[in-house]
Design a protein. Structure first.
Length: 457
C-alpha cells in the first residue's frame, strides 16, 4: 500500500496530470504512449545500456489504446505532434531535393545539407580537400566523410519515419521511403479492417522486404487504437492470438491499483506534453544526423529489468503471451523518462533511483492491469475450458495415476501451468488427490461424477 501511494504521488509530482484527459489513469496511458513514441522514433541503434555490466537492453513497444479518454490523449499529445514533426521534415526534404535538382541544372557540382557539407559523391571529395594544399589528408577523414555523405543521402532519399497503416497496399508502397528501415505505424482498428490491420502489424513487427534491387527490409512498431468492446470481441475469437491483440500492450484506462490518486495540484510544475514534444523533435533530429541515443543506467536498472521479466513469466497462466508483448515495457519506460529528463545528454546526472523504482512499479501495474482485463474478458470462456479439460483429465486418471508431465503429453497444446491449475480445481472439489508426485482419483468412479467447479472459483 505504501509503495503504491508513493508511486502515485511521484507520478503526480512528475506532472502526469498535465495531459488533462480527465482521468489520471488515462493520463498514465498517454505518458506510456509518449515514452513508447520516443523509443520507437530514435535511431535504430539506440538502446538502454548498463556500462558496469557491459550489457544492453533493446527498446521499443507496440501499444493498443482503448477507451475514449485514453484515445483522446493519444491523438492530442502523441499522434498530432509526431505528425507535425514528420510533415515538417518531409517539407524540408522536398525543398532540399528541389535545390539539388536546380544546382545540377545550373551546372553546380553539389548542394549543401543541414550540416553545411556537400552532400553528393563529388561533394564528399571536395569536403576532404584541406584549405592548405600542402597539408596531408588524415587517414580517418576518408571514412568519416564517406559516412557523413551516406547519412546525408539516406536522410535525403528515405526521409519517412511515421506512417498510417490503415491502407496496407498504400503502406507497402510508402515503406520504400522508410528512413533506416525503422517505421512507426499508426493503426485504427475496426471490425471491417481488423484482418488488414493484423497483417500490417505482423509485417511491421517481423519485418517486410521492400521492392527494389537490394533486399532492403523495414520493420518497426505500431501504435494502435480500438474500442474496449471490439478488443473483447477479438480476444474472445482467438484467445492465443499473437497478432495485434496479443502482441501489443493494452492501455485501457482502468485503475492501476487500489489506492486513489492524489488531488490534481493547482500549479503543475512539469508540462509533460510540451516536454515530450520537444524530446520527440530532438530524437528525430538526432536520428537524421545518424546519432543513436544511448541511455546509461546503473546495475540496479539491469536487476529491475531482469526481475520484471520474471514477473511477466509469472503472469503467463493469467494471460498467455504477455511475456512477449510486454518484455520491453520497463526498458522503454526507463529510456523514455531518461530522455524526457535529459539524462541521455553528456555530463548529465543519471536517472534517480526514485524514478527507477517508480517506473518499475508502473510497468508491473500496467502488466497486471492487462492480465486482469484479459481474465475479465475470458472469465466465462476460461471456466468452461477448465470444465472440459477437467472431465478429460478425470477420464485419463480413471485408467491409472498420472504425473503432470504425463498428462500434458497426452493432451494437445495443454500447458503445464494450465494442467496444474485444472488439477488444483479438481482437488478442491474432492475429485482427485496427489500422492508421491502422481495424481489419482479419490474414488474409482469419480470420473463419472459431475463435478461442479464453479463453486470452487
Amino acid at each position: 500500500m505504501e509503495t503504491e501511494k508513493k508511486a502515485l504521488h511521484t507520478l503526480t509530482d512528475l506532472g502526469i496530470h498535465s495531459y488533462s484527459t480527465g482521468c489520471p489513469n488515462s493520463d498514465v496511458d498517454t505518458y506510456v504512449n509518449h515514452c513508447a513514441a520516443i523509443a520507437n522514433l530514435v535511431h535504430p541503434e539506440s538502446r538502454l545500456e548498463f556500462p558496469d555490466l557491459g550489457r544492453t537492453q533493446p527498446i521499443g513497444l507496440n501499444t493498443l489504446t482503448c477507451g475514449p479518454a485514453s484515445i483522446a490523449g493519444l491523438d492530442a499529445h502523441v499522434i498530432s505532434p509526431v505528425r507535425l514533426i514528420h510533415n515538417r521534415y518531409l517539407r524540408n526534404n522536398a525543398a532540399r531535393k528541389a535545390t539539388k535538382i536546380e544546382n545540377r541544372r545550373e551546372g553546380r557540382h553539389a548542394s549543401r545539407g543541414p550540416t553545411g557539407k556537400l552532400t553528393d559523391a563529388t561533394g564528399a571529395i571536395y569536403n576532404l580537400v584541406p584549405a592548405n594544399p600542402f597539408e596531408q589528408i588524415p587517414d580517418t577523414s576518408w571514412s568519416d566523410e564517406l559516412n557523413e555523405s551516406q547519412i546525408e543521402a539516406e536522410a535525403l532519399h528515405r526521409p519517412a519515419v511515421f506512417f498510417d497503416g490503415t491502407a496496407p497496399r498504400r503502406l507497402s508502397q510508402q515503406l520504400a521511403s522508410c528512413h533506416l528501415g525503422k517505421a512507426l505505424v499508426s493503426l485504427r482498428i475496426e471490425s471491417a479492417s481488423f484482418a488488414a490491420c493484423n497483417g500490417v502489424f505482423r509485417g511491421i513487427r517481423d519485418g517486410v522486404a521492400l521492392k527494389g534491387g537490394l533486399p532492403y527490409q523495414a520493420s518497426g512498431h505500431v501504435v494502435a487504437a480500438s474500442s474496449l468492446a471490439l478488443l473483447a470481441e477479438l480476444s474472445l475469437a482467438n484467445p492465443f492470438d499473437d497478432g495485434i491483440v496479443g502482441g501489443c500492450l493494452w492501455l485501457t484506462g482502468g485503475p492501476l491499483c487500489s489506492e486513489s490518486w492524489p488531488a490534481r495540484p493547482d500549479n503543475i510544475r512539469n508540462n509533460l506534453p510540451i516536454i515530450a514534444s520537444d524530446s520527440l523533435l530532438e530524437c528525430v533530429q538526432l536520428r537524421f544526423q545518424g546519432k543513436p541515443v544511448v541511455v546509461k543506467v546503473g546495475t540496479e536498472g539491469f536487476e529491475a529489468c531482469a526481475s520484471f521479466a520474471e514477473y511477466l513469466h509469472s503472469l503467463e497462466p493469467a494471460m498467455p503471451g504477455i511475456s512477449r508483448c510486454a518484455r520491453n515495457l520497463l526498458p522503454t519506460l526507463l529510456f523514455g523518462i531518461s530522455v524526457l529528463s535529459g539524462c541521455h545528454r553528456e555530463k548529465a546526472e543519471p536517472l534517480s533511483k526514485l524514478l527507477l523504482h517508480v517506473h518499475d512499479w508502473l510497468a508491473r501495474a500496467l502488466a497486471r492491469r492487462m492480465a486482469d482485463q484479459y481474465q475479465k474478458i475470458h472469465e466465462g470462456d476460461r471456466l468452461e475450458r477448465i470444465r472440459q479439460i477437467g472431465r478429460s483429465i478425470q477420464d485419463k486418471l480413471g485408467e491409472r495415476p498420472h504425473t503432470v508431465r504425463e498428462l500434458t503429453r497426452r493432451f494437445n497444446r495443454l500447458l503445464t501451468q494450465e494442467c496444474v491449475e485444472v488439477l488444483q480445481y479438481l482437488e478442491a472439489s474432492g475429485a482427485v488427490v496427489q500422492q508421491a508426485g502422481a495424481w489419482m482419483l479419490t474414488t474409482p468412479h469419480a470420473s463419472d461424477s459431475n463435478v461442479n467447479l464453479e463453486t470452487h472459483r
